[in-house]
Design a protein around this ligand. Structure first.
Ligand code: GDP
Ligand code: GDP
Length: 436
């Protein structure tokens, strides 16, 4: 189910990133552990009561070459386009400024719900500062303190009241949702066109698609697909659309709604740092992944060119060792027909559930082949393994002591499970739990 999105807007220094960090808390990111893949986050999951939602810090989308007023306008625009509910943040200690009024003007024109947060109200004596903000016209201002974590509960209660009712949007379970992500100009739009232009593809309109998301439904050979709208696939020349942060934000939103993500690489330019970062997001999200090497027509081929390129990918995307690689050309449509069958296979693996008894036989064989390690005289004992979830397949191994499960042994078990059940294209997760 699609999660609601909350965006924080306001002029610089009112405390947007402080509040963002408060809301998302300390979340461990796998991507940040991958060498060469770093990011400062502007988009993350948060929780309040029984709601899980995503938060955007629009202030993190750096448009700093532009005058302040253009910056705040563009950021407000991003909030309107990307969010279901907007937190408009002002500084209680400074009163209403011209830049605040500029933001307000843009937010009025949208019909998105706006909740006004008055930040830097660090103690109760400062409550009187609140009243002037009624003049902004967004109803009751909520006093908060980002540094002290005060007032956030009341603010969030108000925010979640405005979440749209997601129940109405029924999702078709048999449909495979996928997205194409990659740097600008790797050929994502061309690939979509090539896919939709294939023989026997029937394009359909999808009910419930909102005006700001351009999803495309189609069917081929009796299977239904949906291509999720992605960054860079609609370009209308807004200043922020060319910023990297914004395209990352769009990619993250698209990844979240996908079962399978096609990580598109340009064979002509080779692999760049940004490709790795983008691939890291898909991996972290636990989606099925296919690596697509596009523009293969533009490469001068010698005998082992493909093999070399593949080795290079395996070397540079070590965290995606499970992802299949497809070489093709959107331009000439050569090998385009191999892509959808691969998407189907990966999606099936991503949703695969294995039988507990067969799983335990596989683990027993693995144990016989490579006995469990001992740490400081304590031997790891594996009692029982079960698959607890799909999308991605997730396994819990019950052991005598989880501390004894070394990651190299976990990796070994993962490889055995992959060999036995063929989880091509999907990450799998393994957790060790204590069995008393
Ligand atoms: P942004 O530019 O809107 O993202 O603002 P920041 O989150 O970077 O905060 C700007 C400054 O205000 C920083 O020095 C913060 O420490 C400070 N700040 C943020 N929240 C509060 C608050 O609740 N009280 C006080 N006194 N300072 C705050
Ligand atoms: P996007 O920004 O990722 O959506 O990329 P586009 O689909 O707009 O393509 C960017 C450029 O690459 C365009 O000039 C395309 O014509 C070109 N292009 C796309 N696919 C191929 C391909 O397979 N081979 C070659 N030679 N050029 C391609």
């Amino acid at each position: 189910m699609k999660k609601s999105v909350v965006a924080i807007v306001g002029r610089p220094n009112v405390g947007k990133s402080t509040i963002f960090n408060r809301l998302v808390g300390e979340r461990i990111s796998i991507v940040e552990d991958i060498p060469g893949v770093t990011r400062d986050r502007i988009y993350s999951e948060a929780e309040w009561l029984h709601s899980t939602f995503n938060v955007i810090d629009t202030g993190g989308i750096d448009i700093s070459d532009e005058p302040l007023i253009v910056q705040v306008r563009e950021q407000a625009q991003i909030a309107i386009e990307e969010a279901d509910v907007i937190i408009f943040l002002v500084n209680g200690r400074e009163g209403i400024t011209a830049a605040d009024e500029e933001v307000a003007k843009i937010l009025y024109k949208s019909n998105k719900p706006v909740v006004l947060g008055v930040n830097k109200i660090d103690n109760f004596e400062m409550q009187d500062l609140l009243y002037e903000f009624y003049a902004l016209g967004f109803g009751q201002p909520f006093p908060i303190s980002g540094t002290h974590g005060l007032g956030l509960g009341d603010l969030l209660d108000e925010v979640i009241k405005h979440f749209p009712d997601r129940e109405e949007v029924e999702e078709d379970d048999d449909r495979i949702n996928f997205s194409l992500i990659g740097r600008p100009n790797v050929g994502k739009s061309s690939l979509v066109n090539a896919l939709l232009g294939e023989e026997r593809v029937i394009v359909s309109n999808i009910a419930g698609t909102t005006k700001d998301a351009i999803d495309t439904g189609f069917s081929k050979d009796g299977r239904d697909f949906k291509i999720i709208d992605t960054a860079g696939m609609r370009k209308r020349g807004k200043v922020y659309e060319s910023t990297e942060k914004y395209s990352v934000l769009r990619a993250l939103k698209a990844i979240e709604r996908s079962d399978v993500v096609l990580v598109v690489i340009d064979a002509d330019t080779g692999i760049l740092e940004q490709d790795k970062r983008i691939a890291g997001y898909a991996h972290e999200a636990g989606k099925g992944i296919v690596i697509v090497v596009n523009k293969w027509d533009a490469v001068d081929k010698e005998q082992d060119t493909m093999k070399k390129f593949e080795d290079d990918i395996r070397q540079q995307f070590q965290f995606l060792s499970y992802a299949p690689i497809v070489f093709l050309s959107a331009l000439t449509t050569k090998r385009i027909h191999t892509l959808l069958p691969m998407v189907v296979e990966v999606s099936e693996n991503h949703a695969k559930r294995v039988k507990t008894n067969v799983l335990n036989e596989v683990i027993e064989d693995a144990l016989a082949m490579n006995p469990t390690p001992s740490i400081k005289g304590q031997k790891l004992k594996i009692l029982y393994t079960t698959q607890v979830a799909t999308k991605p397949p997730t396994f819990v191994v019950f052991v005598n002591d989880p501390e004894l499960m070394h990651f190299t042994y976990e990796r070994f078990l993962e490889n055995r499970i992959r060999e036995a059940f063929g989880f091509v294209g999907t990450p799998i997760k393994i957790y060790a739990r204590q069995r008393k």
